[in-house]
Design a protein around this ligand. Structure first.
Ligand SMILES: NC(=O)c1ccc[n+]([C@@H]2O[C@H](COP(=O)([O-])OP(=O)(O)OC[C@H]3O[C@@H](n4cnc5c(N)ncnc54)[C@H](OP(=O)(O)O)[C@@H]3O)[C@@H](O)[C@H]2O)c1
Length: 319
């Protein structure tokens, strides 16, 4: 069966109802197998997943080059969204955000080269505290005018910044953490996006694996280094929530990952869950998430992982 589609923002492009987040294929979540990653992207396209999320700083260009390889001869099947702005040193250090207009255009030029394409479908920025958001968005607007970027996106910003950005150039989508363990968006930002017709691409739907028993271990896995929710007592408490979710999911005949994905998808037709699958098995599991869960099942899921029950902050270092 073909994967359902959802509009990204009011009057925006149609994309698959589930997006594939490619970050973990290059960095942050420990070792990732290159062949498995390429097979995952191929299987996603085959299944009708069009929305592929990447960032120029994911593996410092590695993730974009991986996508380029996976998309050779298939570019027209994908809606590529790229995050930029995070500065990295050769040792991988995080050096802050640079979203000055000239930097925006330079970053896009390099991304196009690495991706092997003449345009990206959505180009998304965070906030550079040293640059008025109007300047950054204006620069992306120039790239839209020139045909190098199709749609403007924004990520991890507050309501005021969203309003200012949207007043400069229509914003198609906001990328924000949204899942059973991260519901802050619901209070102010989600209603604002609905008022302005901005779609949401949700990351952290599986809480970076916390909801599914992927703890983070080994070299290059940042989860138990950067994310307090994966550490010490927090981890023990959060694992209890994950176990409760697994139990409810089992009673519905689905997995914890499928319950978490279905819950996010149920929050509105304007929300596209991104999942960080990096094997065909994980992807297949995610794609089999039920499109609709009963009200009772959704309530049970929320009882298993109540709002604000999670222990620990989301991260120590933003990326
Ligand atoms: N804008 C931002 O600031 C931001 C931040 C983070 C991520 N993102 C984007 O969002 C995407 C999703 O990443 P995320 O951090 O939000 O990850 P996530 O989907 O919440 O968690 C991914 C992890 O969950 C585990 N998992 C268990 N079952 C799975 C299944 N069926 N399908 C997929 N994963 C399963 C995997 O752990 P194992 O592989 O270890 O088993 C996987 O690494 C990223 O790739 C990136 O594109 C954006």
């Amino acid at each position: 069966m073909a994967l359902a589609k959802r509009g990204l923002g009011k009057g925006g492009p149609e994309v698959s109802a589930l997006g594939l987040g490619c970050m973990g294929m290059s960095e942050f979540y420990g070792h990732s197998d290159r062949e498995a990653a390429l097979a995952t992207i191929a299987a996603a396209l085959e299944a009708g997943v069009t929305l592929l999320d990447t960032g120029d700083f994911y593996g410092m260009g590695h993730n974009e080059m991986l996508l380029a390889e996976a998309l050779r001869g298939k570019r027209d099947q994908a809606f590529i969204q790229v995050k930029f702005g995070a500065q990295r040193g050769p040792d991988g250090a995080f050096l802050g955000i640079d979203a000055r207009p000239a930097s925006v255009k330079t970053a896009l030029a390099y991304s196009l080269r690495r991706l092997g394409t003449d345009h990206v479908d959505l180009y998304q920025t965070g906030l550079d505290p040293a640059v008025p958001i109007e300047d950054t968005i204006g620069a992306i607007g120039d790239l839209v005018q020139q045909g190098y970027v199709r749609h403007v996106g924004i990520t991890n910003v507050d309501a005021n910044t969203i309003r200012r950005a949207h007043g400069t150039q229509p914003i198609t989508a906001l990328q924000f953490e949204y899942g059973l363990m991260s519901r802050d968006i619901e209070h102010e930002i989600l209603p604002l996006c609905r008022e302005l017709g901005i779609g949401i691409t949700a990351y952290g739907v599986l809480s970076r694996g916390l909801l599914t028993g992927s703890k983070g271990s080994g070299e290059g896995d940042f989860r138990n280094v950067l994310y307090p929710r994966f550490q010490g007592e927090n981890l023990t408490r959060n694992e209890r929530l994950a176990a409760a979710l697994a139990k409810v999911a089992q009673s519905e005949g689905i997995t914890a990952a499928q319950a978490a994905i279905a819950w996010v998808a149920s929050r509105g037709a304007d929300i596209i869950p991104l999942v960080g699958a990096r094997t065909v098995e994980r992807l297949t599991e995610a794609l089999r998430s039920p499109l609709h869960l009963s009200k009772e099942a959704l309530s049970e899921i929320e009882r298993a992982v109540p709002e604000n029950a999670v222990s620990g902050e989301r991260f120590m270092v933003a990326h």
